[in-house]
Design a protein around this ligand. Structure first.
Ligand SMILES: Cc1cc2nc3c(=O)[nH]c(=O)nc-3n(C[C@H](O)[C@H](O)[C@H](O)COP(=O)(O)OP(=O)(O)OC[C@H]3O[C@@H](n4cnc5c(N)ncnc54)[C@H](O)[C@@H]3O)c2cc1C
Ligand code: SF4
Ligand code: SF4
Ligand code: SF4
Length: 417
């Protein structure tokens, strides 16, 4: 029976929940807003299946990429709607056109994030774009297994631990499965996200709709939101992306209004995420990324491409693709993408997602103390990230010196001086 010896020992993939023959494992939200398995001991028959499928208990060796590529979707509209190079939608189209099924993350009716599957391109569209919140896998592994056994082609996209959980659950590779993981910085707490949405958009509606509608929105604050983009490129470009939330106009229901639009480093939720305040504990000791998930392909942002191959960058998004297996190569080579060969060592210093260990922000415990006291996310993040003016200047100088040093070292190494 599965026993978790510490919060960092479970990534919440739910492979154990889906495998249990007695259905005696449920997922409960903890006081940081993350889901963890809980076993009903009275129903457990001690078969050990939950332990056998757990990717945290059963580590596999590391895969080295056989090829590293810079990639851009040739359809500019699709690339603009994607987080980086639009690689995901190109893969999804290929699989759907061959009668396959695509698994990925979407927003649910409460704007929380969950995994689901799509059998049409129309249903694939909501999967596009990164959602920086841990997604609930639900029964996706069981569904994927059913399609695989029926002989359908399956594309499964998720974080490395979700892909590792899928392989643990399936217990074998299927020739008709294509697995893709995102390069993973870590996932923020769904509970923190829920509270952030409630506090921010309840008051946003108050402001946009005026005093008279306060009562109705306090009873039902969520339907006001119509769309959320964590990585909008249209406002400020790909490198300086924005976090954008659209809503229904309070008076003209058909009219879309921008409820919030801020550059990634000016939005409180994004700042807390990027400062590593509310990542899942397992993300600080990840065992699944950097080749450990055994995904066929890894997709990422090609940060630094403007220096490494400037003529390939148009600030509309360039993807970095790590081709990990022959199967991944066969599918990727068949796509109609703009592609260049790249060198992993060149890209790594520009991308925090490659870091083996992410350090928790020193204010993490304080943040979750505020969280359990019911304080607002905005207030708590601001308090944890508050720095004096002197320190802010020092940090800015240090940041600029580091960036300059990285640039000099890169240009020196590549013989550009
Ligand atoms: C939580 C998270 C952290 C990331 N950290 C980094 C990083 O540090 N460095 C980096 O280079 N790239 C990171 N990425 C990947 C990056 O944001 C892009 O998703 C990737 O470059 C693919 O872009 P695309 O344009 O090809 O596809 P997109 O259209 O952007 O498709 C994104 C794919 O990711 C899936 N997805 C979206 N949100 C989630 C989620 N919450 N959980 C699981 N799957 C999801 C979707 O189902 C879709 O298949 C991260 C992604 C996520 C979700
Ligand atoms: S040991 Fe078997 S029955 Fe018990 S929780 Fe695990 S999978 Fe379920
Ligand atoms: S890592 Fe996944 S399989 Fe392991 S205990 Fe957590 S939810 Fe279950
Ligand atoms: S950092 Fe590791 S544990 Fe965290 S979501 Fe990514 S793959 Fe999972």
């Amino acid at each position: 029976m599965i026993v978790i010896h510490g919060k960092h020992e479970c990534c919440g993939c739910s492979a154990c929940v889906q495998k249990c023959p007695r259905h005696c494992i449920t997922l409960d939200e903890d006081d940081e807003g993350f889901l963890y398995p809980k076993v009903d001991m009275t129903a457990c028959i001690d078969c050990g299946l939950c332990e056998q499928v757990c990717p945290w208990l059963n580590r596999s060796g590391k895969l080295q990429p056989i090829e590293v590529l810079a990639a851009k979707n040739r359809n500019e509209e699709e690339r603009m709607d994607s987080s980086s190079g639009g690689v995901f939608i190109a893969l999804a189209r290929e699989v759907i056109c061959r009668g396959g099924v695509v698994f990925g993350a979407v927003f649910d009716e409460n704007w929380e994030v969950k995994h689901t599957y799509a059998e049409t391109l129309e249903d694939v569209r909501p999967m596009m774009g990164s959602k920086y919140v841990q997604s609930r896998v639900g029964k996706s592994y069981r569904d994927a297994e059913r399609f695989l056994k029926d002989g359908r082609e399956v594309l499964f996209v998720g974080t490395p631990c979700q892909v590792a959980g899928l392989y643990g659950f399936l217990h074998k590779d299927y020739p008709n499965l294509l697995s893709v993981d995102v390069l993973c910085h870590g996932v923020p707490s769904p509970g923190v996200w829920r509270r952030y949405l409630n506090e921010t958009f309840y008051s946003a509606r108050r402001v946009s709709a005026g005093k008279d509608t306060v009562l109705s929105c306090s009873l039902s604050p969520m339907p006001v939101i119509k769309g959320i983009e964590f990585r909008d490129k249209r406002m400020t470009g790909w490198k300086e992306y924005s976090f954008v939330v659209c809503g229904k106009d309070a008076f003209e229901a058909d009219q879309n209004t921008v409820l919030l639009s801020a550059k990634y480093n000016e939005n409180v939720f994004m700042r807390g995420f990027l400062a590593d305040i509310y990542l899942r504990p397992s993300c600080y000791r990840c065992r699944c990324k950097n080749g450990m998930s055994h995904s066929d392909l890894t997709i990422a942002d090609f940060w630094g491409v403007n220096l490494i191959m400037p003529d390939f960058d148009d600030d509309k998004g360039v993807g970095l693709v790590l081709v990990n297996t022959g199967k991944g190569k066969a599918v990727f080579d068949g796509l109609n993408m703009e592609v260049r060969l790249a060198v992993l060592e060149d890209a790594m210093p520009f991308n925090g997602g490659f870091k083996e260990l992410v350090q928790a922000h020193p204010g993490r415990a304080r943040f979750f103390r505020y969280y359990s006291e019911g304080k607002s996310v905005v207030q708590s993040v601001n308090r944890c990230l508050h720095v004096s003016v002197c320190r802010r200047i020092l940090q800015k100088v240090r940041h600029n010196v580091n960036s300059a040093a990285r640039l000099v070292s890169w240009t020196w190494k590549n013989g550009k001086v």
